[in-house]
Write a protein that binds this ligand. Structure first.
Ligand SMILES: Nc1ncnc2c1ncn2[C@@H]1O[C@H](COP(=O)(O)OP(=O)(O)O)[C@@H](O)[C@H]1O
Ligand SMILES: [Mg+2]
Length: 690
C-alpha cells in the first residue's frame, strides 16, 4: 500500500511538472516512481505506457568507456519488450541507438493520438556524473518531451548529485524548466501515521492513543523505510506477547511499554542511526554543517539559531576547502536541501538555522564525537567531484582494483599510448583485464584484445584496425621474465599502427614477480611516471565508498573495524565478501576474518599475495624499517635512513622505499609514512613461528 505524496505524483504526471526527484536512501523515491507509473497506466489503459529503469543496474558511471550513452541500447530493448518499438530489421539502415529509439517513439505516438509514454529513470546519480559537462544524453532524453509536445516525459530520480547536477547545469538541459527539483523527504504526518497504523491494524493491533503514534513517528523521523521496520518489530513484540497468553481478547492494544520495548531494540536503533548518517554521508558538506549545528545545540540548547553567515564562516573554519569557494547562494541551496532531507528545521521566520529535533541531535552523537569529527573534517572530507573519480566500479560482485580515474587514464584519448599497471595479488592485479573488458563492454565503439604471446602482441600493435572503433590491447606480463617486460614496453612504444590516423591504447600488466622492472619504471634513469599506474589499497574514504556500494559494514563503528581488520587490502575485502556470502551476520564476518588472519595459515596466505617475499632486498629493507621505526608515523627520510642502516647504500635505499610504497606496504600522510599495521601483524606472526 502506498500512502500520500499526491502533490509529487501529480507533478510527475504533468507534462510541465517536475522532472527531477531527489532525496536520501529509504525516503521513498523508488516507491513513488512505481506508484506514479502504475497510476499513469491506469488513467488510460492501453494508451498510456510507463517504463521504469534502474540505471544502477546498467552500471553507467563516469569515465570515457562507461559513458552515459549506454542508456540507449537498454531503452531500446525495454521498449521493444513492451511493444512500443519494433525489432530492428536486419537489412535496415544502421542508426545510432538513440536515433532508433527517438524515431521509433515518434512513429508509435503518431499511430494513436491518445498514446503517451512516461519514462521513469531511477538511481540516476552516476548517469549524470558521467554525462557532465556536455550533458548530451540528458539533452536527448529531454528532447523526447519537447519533440512530442509533452506526450513523452522523462523523470530522473536519485540521491543528491541529481540535484547538484541541475544546479551545475544551470545553462544546460534543465535551464528552461520553470520548476525546481522536487525533494522526496520525510512523509507528511498524516501519511506517516497511516503507514504505521493501517498495517498494524490489519493484523489486529491498535495503538492505545495518538500520542503513542506520534512518538513512533518522531523516533523514525517520519521516514517510510524506518517506519516499516519499526512496524514489523512492533508486530513481532505483540505476537510474542500473545503467544505468552498475556493479552486480553482482540483487538489487542499496543501500550506504551510495548513501544518502549521496540525503541530499546539495539538493531533498530542502529538502523535508524545508519539511515540518518547515510543522509549526511551523501555529501561531506552536509556532514560539517550538521556537526557545527549539533555542537551549538550541545553547548547552548537545541533552539540556538545560526544565521547563514555565521554558519558558513564556522563551517569554513573547520573545512576551508569545502566552503570557501561556495558563494552565499550556493551555501543556502545546501541548507535548503538539508531541510528537504529532514536534517534541518526550515528557517521560515528568518531567525536562522537549527537541527530538526532532539532525535537528530542524538543520532549525530555526543559532544566529544562531534568535536572529534569536526577536528578531522579538513583531513577526511572530499569534494563530490573527487569522490566520484576515486571510487571503483563493481565487477560481478567484487570491486574493481582500479579507480574510475585510473580507468579513464588507461583508456586515454584516441592517440597511441602505453601504460603499465603495477599490482599484486593483494591489490587485485588479476582483475585488471576483466575490469577493462567490462567497462568497455558496456558501450559500443571499443574493441579489446588480450594478447597471449609476443608475436600476437606485436601483430596487434601494428594492426590498422577499423576506423570507427577505439582499440585497447592488454598484455598480461605477470608470469613473464623481466626481460620480456622490457621488450614488450619497447615494442609498444615503437611499433605503431600502419594506417594513418589509426590509434590504440596499450595496457601492460606487471606483477610482483618483476620487482626489478618496477624499480626501473619508478626510480631508474628512464623512470616515467606518466606511464605507470599503481594499484592501491583503499584509503578510509574509498573504503567508505566500498561499504556503500556493497551495502555492507555501513555503520561508522563497523566501518572503523573493517578498516582496522583489512587495512584496505583488496584481497582481504574480497575475502570479507566471500565470507559474507556464507553467513549473514556482518559482525561475525569481521570476527572470522580477524581469526583467520590471526592463524598461521591465514597470515601466510595473505603475506604471500602482497609480494614482499618475492624479493630479498625489499624484504630485508622492510624488516629494517620495522626494526628501527616500528609502526609509528615518520618522515619518509627516516625510512630511507632505516634501510641504509640495514646495509644498503643511500641511492638503493631510496629506491627500495619507493618500491615498497608501490607494494602498498605503507600508509602515507603528506610526507610522512608508516608501516601498514595489518600486513605488519601478519609478518610478525610468521616471524614468531619460525
Ligand atoms: N509513501 C509510501 N507509502 C508506503 N510505503 C512507502 C512509501 N514510501 C516509501 N515506502 C516504503 O519504504 C521503503 C523505502 O522506499 P524506497 O522507495 O525504496 O526508497 P528510496 O528509493 O528513496 O531509497 C520501501 O519499502 C517502500 O515500499
Ligand atoms: Mg530507490
Amino acid at each position: 500500500m502506498f500512502y500520500g505524496r499526491d502533490r509529487e505524483r501529480k507533478s510527475i504526471h504533468d507534462p510541465t511538472g517536475t522532472q527531477i526527484l531527489y532525496g536520501g536512501r529509504g525516503l521513498g523515491k523508488s516507491a513513488l516512481l512505481a506508484d506514479a507509473g502504475d497510476r499513469f497506466e491506469e488513467q488510460r489503459p492501453g494508451a498510456h505506457h510507463k517504463l521504469y529503469l534502474n540505471l544502477d543496474k546498467i552500471g553507467i558511471g563516469r569515465g570515457t568507456a562507461l559513458g552515459a550513452e549506454a542508456i540507449w541500447p537498454t531503452l531500446d530493448q525495454e521498449l521493444i519488450r513492451q511493444g512500443v518499438l519494433e525489432e530492428p530489421r536486419r537489412r535496415g539502415p544502421s542508426l545510432d541507438s538513440w536515433q532508433r529509439v527517438t524515431g521509433g517513439i515518434t512513429c508509435w505516438l503518431a499511430e494513436d493520438s491518445d498514446r503517451r509514454l512516461l519514462i521513469l529513470l531511477d538511481e540516476c546519480d552516476r548517469f549524470f556524473e558521467a554525462d557532465v559537462p556536455e550533458c548530451t544524453e540528458t539533452r536527448r532524453l529531454r528532447g523526447l518531451g519537447d519533440d512530442s509536445r509533452g506526450r513523452v516525459k522523462v523523470v530522473f530520480a536519485g540521491l543528491h548529485s541529481v540535484q547538484r547536477f541541475t544546479r551545475l547545469a544551470r545553462n544546460g538541459p534543465f535551464s528552461h524548466l520553470a520548476q525546481t527539483p522536487t525533494v522526496v523527504g520525510p512523509l507528511a504526518p498524516q501519511f506517516a501515521a497511516d503507514l504505521i497504523v493501517h498495517p498494524t491494524r490489519a493484523l489486529g493491533f491498535e495503538f492505545a492513543d495518538v500520542d503513542l503514534v506520534n512518538r513512533v513517528l518522531g523516533f523514525c523521523s517520519y521516514q517510510p523505510f524506518l517506519l516499516q521496520i519499526f512496524g514489523s518489530r512492533m508486530v513481532q513484540v505483540m505476537q510474542d506477547k500473545r503467544a505468552r497468553g498475556t493479552l486480553a481478547p482482540p483487538p489487542y492494544t499496543i501500550e506504551e511499554s510495548d513501544v518502549d520495548a521496540v525503541e530499546q531494540d539495539a538493531s533498530l536503533r542502529s538502523d535508524i542511526t545508519a539511515a540518518f548518517k547515510d543522509t549526511l554521508a551523501l555529501d561531506d558538506r552536509y556532514h560539517v554543517i550538521a556537526n557545527v549545528l549539533a555542537q551549538h545545540a550541545r553547548d547552548n540548547g537545541l533552539q540556538t539559531r545560526l544565521s547563514d553567515r555565521e554558519l558558513r564562516e564556522e563551517c569554513a573554519g573547520w573545512w576551508p576547502g569545502g566552503f570557501e569557494q561556495l558563494d552565499s547562494e550556493g551555501f543556502r541551496a545546501y541548507l535548503q536541501e538539508m531541510v528537504g532531507l529532514g536534517v534541518l528545521a526550515p528557517n521560515n521566520d528568518g531567525q536562522g538555522w537549527h537541527l530538526r529535533g532532539p532525535n537528530a541531535l542524538r543520532m549525530i552523537g555526543t559532544a566529544q564525537e562531534i568535536e572529534a569529527r569536526l577536528l578531522r573534517a579538513e583531513q577526511e572530507s572530499r569534494l563530490e567531484e573527487t569522490v566520484v573519480l576515486e571510487s571503483r566500479p563493481v565487477l560481478d560482485r567484487r570491486s574493481a582494483p582500479l579507480t574510475i580515474d585510473q580507468i579513464d587514464y588507461l583508456l586515454g584519448e584516441p592517440v597511441n599510448q602505453v601504460r603499465v599497471v603495477l599490482g599484486t595479488q593483494a591489490t587485485g592485479v588479476a582483475d585488471v583485464e576483466q575490469t577493462l573488458r567490462e567497462v568497455t563492454g558496456r558501450v559500443a565503439g571499443w574493441s579489446v584484445r588480450a594478447t597471449r604471446s609476443a608475436k600476437e602482441f606485436r601483430d596487434e600493435l601494428g594492426f590498422a584496425g577499423c576506423a570507427d572503433k577505439r582499440r585497447l590491447i592488454i598484455s598480461d606480463l605477470s608470469l613473464r621474465s623481466e626481460k620480456s617486460c622490457r621488450g614488450s614496453l619497447e615494442l609498444a612504444r615503437s611499433v605503431l599502427p600502419k594506417a594513418a590516423g589509426a590509434t590504440r591504447s596499450v595496457v601492460l600488466v606487471s606483477g610482483a614477480a618483476q620487482l626489478g622492472f618496477w624499480s626501473e619504471l619508478l626510480t631508474g634513469p628512464d623512470a616515467d611516471h606518466d606511464t605507470v599506474v599503481v594499484l592501491r589499497r583503499h584509503d578510509p574514504r574509498s573504503l567508505k565508498d566500498w561499504t556503500q556500494r556493497h551495502s555492507l559494514f555501513e555503520t561508522e563503528e563497523r566501518l572503523t573495524r573493517l578498516s582496522a581488520v583489512t587495512g584496505g587490502w583488496p584481497y582481504l575485502l574480497d575475502r570479507a565478501l566471500w565470507l559474507r556470502e556464507r553467513r549473514p551476520d556482518q559482525d561475525r564476518v569481521l570476527a572470522d576474518l580477524t581469526t583467520w588472519l590471526g592463524q598461521r595459515g591465514g597470515a601466510e596466505q595473505f603475506v604471500d599475495t602482497v609480494g614482499l617475499l618475492e624479493n630479498e632486498t625489499l624484504k630485508s629493507a622492510y624488516d629494517g624499517i620495522v626494526e628501527q621505526l616500528g609502526t609509528g608515523w615518520h618522515d619518509e627520510a627516516y625510512h630511507v635512513t632505516a634501510v641504509e642502516m640495514n646495509g644498503l647504500p643511500a641511492e638503493r635505499a631510496r629506491r627500495a622505499v619507493v618500491c615498497l610504497e608501490a607494494l602498498q606496504v605503507f600508509d602515507r600522510d603528506g610526507t610522512r609514512l608508516r608501516v601498514e599495521p595489518v600486513l605488519q601483524a601478519a609478518m610478525e606472526l610468521l616471524a614468531a613461528g619460525r
